[in-house]
Write a protein that binds this ligand. Structure first.
Ligand code: 4NP
Length: 171
């Protein structure tokens, strides 16, 4: 049987997700903050381990971008991330690795030389009911409207993702 990113999970064996973008200061911290919020709202915080990372080292140690934070805060969501670099060990550690765009996807897959982890590497917008181009656009060099758009895309995608994973909770 082909491997699947969906597996039974519980509080003893939480499901581990990592959201990945380029800088780990805009898109993936927003996805992380939204997913943490949704999971808490559903009373499922002990069933998940949620993280984010970047494929570049440009912003290591930084908090989320101020426009990402302002946008998330407007929607009642806190972004707790400190930027770090995605690394090989993350391929082993996480159940699901979610790339924001095709460049992130390609960078992640380059670390997976033997294609051992293909089943757990997905595009975030594969879960978006209205996926448009299939990519979460990079808002870094643009205005606040771009950050709001990223938030909306990620909120829809996080809702659908949580709905897809929830039936796999082991009672
Ligand atoms: P992110 O956005 O990948 O969503 O965190 C970016 C942040 C920084 C840069 C590019 C994209 N940068 O070139 O420094």
């Amino acid at each position: 049987m082909p491997k699947d990113f969906k597996r039974p999970f519980s509080t003893e064996n939480p499901y581990k997700l990592v959201f990945v973008c380029l800088g780990n200061i805009c898109r993936s911290p927003t996805a992380e903050g939204i997913f943490i919020h949704k999971v808490k709202e559903a009373g499922l915080e002990n069933y998940f381990y949620i993280d984010s990372a970047g494929t570049s080292a440009y912003h290591i140690g930084e908090s989320a971008n101020s426009k990402s934070q302002a946008t998330a805060n407007k929607h009642g969501i806190h972004l707790p991330s400190k930027a770090r670099c995605f690394e090989y060990a993350d391929l082993e550690e996480f159940d699901l690795i979610l790339a924001m765009d095709s460049e992130n996807l390609s960078n992640i897959k380059q670390l997976d030389r033997k294609n051992r982890f293909e089943h757990k590497i997905k595009m975030m917008r594969a879960f978006d009911p209205t996926p448009d181009t299939g990519e979460v656009p990079d808002p870094y060099y643009g205005g606040l409207q771009g950050f709001e758009n990223v938030f909306q895309v990620l909120e829809r995608s996080c809702d659908a993702l949580l709905e897809e994973l929830q039936p796999h909770i082991k009672q």
